[in-house]
Design a protein around this ligand. Structure first.
Ligand code: CTP
Ligand code: CA
Length: 231
């Protein structure tokens, strides 16, 4: 870990990181999911811990081992992730929402396995999941508070910066890490290439490199945005 041996510049801070991809049950054996490996979120958790932070990681369906020195809550679905996030929210200085949260879930789950002898279902009706990130920023604004620092992540296939700016504004987060995905980039690989957009208009390109390096760049940008008062 690149900066771990330096000054513990996240010492006495508590950060919350979400990672992985949620799974939304269709029936007891099937789910709707996505390709997130959890690597970027785990890298954020590990680098923050190496820099002295207390770290809570809410992990959805990643095969990676729990990072050392990190408190890990394993969840499956978006609704479980939301509960786990809200359970620790009051205590944290920063939230990094690196998880790929399913936008929709099947409206109902069958309690028994769907059998093929019944024939293909005509459709699987879907219901929108809560937008955890948008809820976090809304609650912060409603309370008239500016902390915790909130970091969103977006994977975009086209016009990454332009789409990222619009997303940062609509989500109301402080920083948005925009990954360019598609054609073998980002998903399931150990390297990442991104641009980190700030609510203040800043734009930090991060060249292709290990996800730990991108994670350290993120924490570098979070530190000056942390409030002086420990929440
Ligand atoms: N996010 C979330 N809850 C959701 C969906 C997304 O908290 N239900 C968070 C992700 O963890 C990420 C950020 O929002 O930090 C952006 O996710 P993304 O899927 O790119 O944005 P969406 O608003 O869902 O837009 P779309 O998928 O249509 O591009
Ligand atoms: Ca989405």
């Amino acid at each position: 870990l690149r900066r771990g041996s330096a000054a513990p510049d996240l010492g006495r801070r508590h950060v919350l990181v979400t990672a992985g991809g949620t799974r939304e049950a269709v029936d007891p054996v099937r789910y709707l999911g996505n390709r997130s490996s959890g690597r970027q979120g785990y890298a954020l958790a590990a680098t923050a811990a190496a820099r002295g932070a207390r770290v809570t990681l809410v992990a959805a369906n990643s095969e990676l081992p729990d990072p050392a020195g990190v408190e890990v809550h394993h969840v499956e679905s978006a609704l479980e992730m939301r509960d786990a996030v809200w359970a620790v929210l009051g205590a944290v200085d920063a939230v990094a929402m690196a998880a790929a949260v399913a936008d929709f879930r099947p409206s109902s789950q069958t309690s028994s396995k769907i059998k093929k002898t019944v024939g293909a279902p005509e459709a699987i009706p879907l219901t929108a999941n809560p937008d955890i990130l948008a809820e976090l920023t809304r609650e912060r604004n409603d309370a008239g508070r500016t902390h915790p620092v909130i970091i969103g992540f977006a994977a975009e296939t086209d016009n990454a910066v332009e789409n990222g700016r619009a997303k940062l504004a609509s989500k109301g987060c402080d920083l948005l890490v925009v990954n360019e995905v598609g054609a073998g980039r980002a998903f399931g690989t150990t390297d990442n290439q991104a641009v980190i957009l700030g609510r203040d208009g800043s734009e930090r390109p991060v060249s292709r490199g290990p996800k730990e390096e991108l994670a350290d760049e993120v924490w570098d940008l979070v530190i000056p945005r942390l409030s002086d008062t420990q929440s």
